[in-house]
Design a protein around this ligand. Structure first.
Ligand SMILES: CC(C)(COP(=O)(O)OP(=O)(O)OC[C@H]1O[C@@H](n2cnc3c(N)ncnc32)[C@H](O)[C@@H]1OP(=O)(O)O)[C@@H](O)C(=O)NCCC(=O)NCCS
Length: 183
């Protein structure tokens, strides 16, 4: 059985990026990420509506990390470590099966520069080597071509198509499931 322990919190560095813990000071950037129409277009979740909601979101994530239920990193450029430009993390752990789901988002000013690929590869490596996952899944909206392509670039295989398995705001939405196995 997978035994999760996210304390102390591990920062991850890549060539250009610092993946670090999200703090209260990130609330304005997180509010933007979780409310911007372009970013949220294919993220089938409720948008954040205020700084207060962003602060509550950060607190919830913080508690989940402390309770070893989820882990989320804020993405920043190494030379601007305080400026949150995205986030990435694992959630929905199935400890019995050494499996978790990965999720991520990035500020549109930084799209198409290979940033998420860089963040994903480092996070996946951490997931397999440090968390000891055996497999990682990603659920995406079938119309989210960018996300599917990033996943495929990182070695994920498209394994399933679920019809109308997700209900949001009066509509049933399809899901594509990708997964990656530990080598
Ligand atoms: C999906 C997302 C994270 C991609 O981030 P990114 O940093 O722009 O992606 P990268 O630059 O690392 O791209 C890696 C590969 O993905 C593909 N890709 C990226 N954006 C693409 C786009 N808009 N259309 C088609 N392919 C795209 C390319 O094949 C690229 O490889 P290349 O550089 O060799 O051409 C970003 O578009 C985003 O945050 N979208 C909104 C949030 C979201 O949908 N999150 C995922 C929820 S499941």
């Amino acid at each position: 059985m997978l035994e999760l322990n996210f304390s102390p919190f591990t920062q991850i560095k890549t060539e250009r990026l610092l993946l670090r813990r999200v703090t209260n000071a990130d609330a304005p950037e997180l509010l933007f990420l979780r409310s911007d129409e372009t970013i949220m277009k294919y993220i089938d979740r409720e948008k954040l509506k205020s700084l207060e909601e962003a602060a509550i979101f950060i607190k919830t994530i913080d508690e989940a990390i402390n309770n070893n239920e989820k882990i989320m990193w804020g993405i920043a450029l190494k030379d601007k470590p305080n400026n949150l430009i995205g986030n990435i993390g694992f959630w929905r752990f199935i400890n019995q099966h050494y499996r978790a789901e990965i999720g991520y988002m990035l500020h549109p000013d930084f799209w198409n520069k290979g940033i998420m690929q860089e963040a994903l590869l480092a996070t996946i490596d951490f997931g397999f080597k440090e968390i000891k996952l055996h497999s990682i899944e990603a659920h995406i909206n079938p119309e989210n071509i960018a996300s599917g392509n990033v996943l495929e670039k990182c070695g994920f295989i498209r394994e399933g198509y679920f019809k109308e398995d997700y209900y949001l705001k009066g509509k049933f939405i399809d899901t594509v499931v990708y997964s990656l196995l530990a080598k």
